[in-house]
Design a binder for this molecule. Structure first.
Ligand code: PMP
Length: 362
């Protein structure tokens, strides 16, 4: 068969070991997974109630227009309904954008290390990837601007960035947006937006209304705690949304996800509570790093990248033996780092005790 040549250089996404597999391998009763930046506090009880009292027939296709969620979100964000697009997770929106704009005669610009799916999807479409190294964990926006040429179709910004947790300050983003030619789509991936506390963070929805070539991506997978139901969304002007829509599968978001997300958005008390507990959790990590004199990036997200000054895979293996699944920094572009999701206070204490023991033994 004549597979696309570029597929041969890709490996499928590695989801990491399942909790069950780790339990069996290390003969452990309890495993804490702090590897995928999920919400340790689950989701809003209002979302659970909506699911439980749901009358949706599983025999019926989902609402392809996402009517209720569209109405709820447009009121919540103060945008027009036609300024929204929905995806089976924001992963799906990254795929849709790539499918719509990238091809072998186009190139695309992204930071590195950043979220892996920008490059993955661009490679599938055969586009050339221009990867611009982070500087001190931050997007190098000047270098990204300098990389633009006539074939550039998409620029990916991840703010706050996965895996560093760093964000692009407002003034720098504004300057960048002013300089990018209007025929290049800028994707601002804000999967962790709801965790941000930085004061010089921008109003990205307003920016999407101001700049005709900007799309903002957000998700219900992180602070909303609905990762299993796969709902992401994009906010952009009508022209962008209209152009992207044909590249979206007709029934890409599922009925239960739509129902849960519509209810979840109404419970902002839950979101604020999770945000606050996350800040307190991050403080536990910062204190640990100060005590052990480890470098880390101050985080605007629900994860932290810590430089353990030793092989990240080794730290990962050791923590797994102790019942904690984290992400080794090695596959994320930080060979001596580990990325740990901020859990509940008890989970944070547990993983930090385990890490402390490991570091003391070295
Ligand atoms: N963007 C970033 C930066 C992410 O970290 C993730 C999840 N790891 C996603 C997008 C995709 O999230 P989802 O598809 O669950 O919305």
């Amino acid at each position: 068969m004549r597979w696309k040549e570029q597929l041969l250089q890709l490996t499928p996404y590695q989801p990491g070991k399942s909790i069950e597999a780790v339990k069996r391998q290390y003969k452990l009763d309890k495993i804490v997974k702090l590897a995928s930046n999920e919400n340790p506090f689950g989701c809003s009880s209002q979302a659970l109630d909506a699911l439980q009292s749901n009358q949706t027939s599983l025999a019926i296709y989902p609402d392809g227009y996402a009517t209720t969620l569209r109405e709820t979100l447009s009121a919540f964000l103060q945008v027009d309904e036609e300024e929204l697009i929905f995806g089976n997770g924001s992963d799906n929106l990254i795929q849709i954008i790539s499918r719509a704009l990238l091809h072998p005669n186009a190139n695309t610009i992204m930071a590195t290390p950043s979220f892996s799916q920008y490059k993955h999807n661009a490679v599938i479409e055969g586009a050339v990837c221009k990867e611009i190294p982070l500087v001190n964990g931050n997007h190098d926006l000047d270098a990204m601007l300098a990389a633009i040429d006539d074939q550039t179709n998409v620029i990916w910004l991840c703010s706050p960035n996965n895996p560093t947790g760093t964000y692009i300050p407002e003034s720098k983003l504004n300057t960048f947006l002013e300089k990018v030619p209007a025929d290049i789509l800028i994707v601002l991936d804000e999967a962790y937006y709801e965790y941000v506390v930085a004061e010089d963070y921008y109003d990205s929805i307003k920016l999407a209304q101001k700049y005709e070539n900007l799309i903002v991506l957000r998700t219900f997978s992180k602070i909303y705690g609905l990762a299993a139901l796969r709902i992401g969304y994009g906010v952009a002007n009508r022209t962008i949304i209209k152009a992207l829509e044909p590249a979206r599968e007709p029934f890409n978001v599922n009925s239960l996800g739509l129902l849960a997300a519509s209810a979840a958005i109404k419970d902002q008390e839950f979101i604020n509570n999770c945000k606050e507990k996350n800040r307190q959790g991050l403080e536990q990590f910062y204190e640990f790093c100060r005590k052990y004199e480890l470098d880390y990036y101050p985080s605007q997200t629900n994860f932290i990248l810590i430089d353990c000054k030793t092989d990240g895979d080794l730290v990962f293996e050791n923590l797994m033996q102790r019942g904690y699944i984290v992400r080794s920094g090695k596959a994320l572009g930080f060979p001596t780092g580990v990325r740990i999701t901020v859990g509940s206070s008890e989970q944070n204490e547990g993983v930090l005790n385990a890490l402390g023991e490991f570091l003391s033994q070295k």
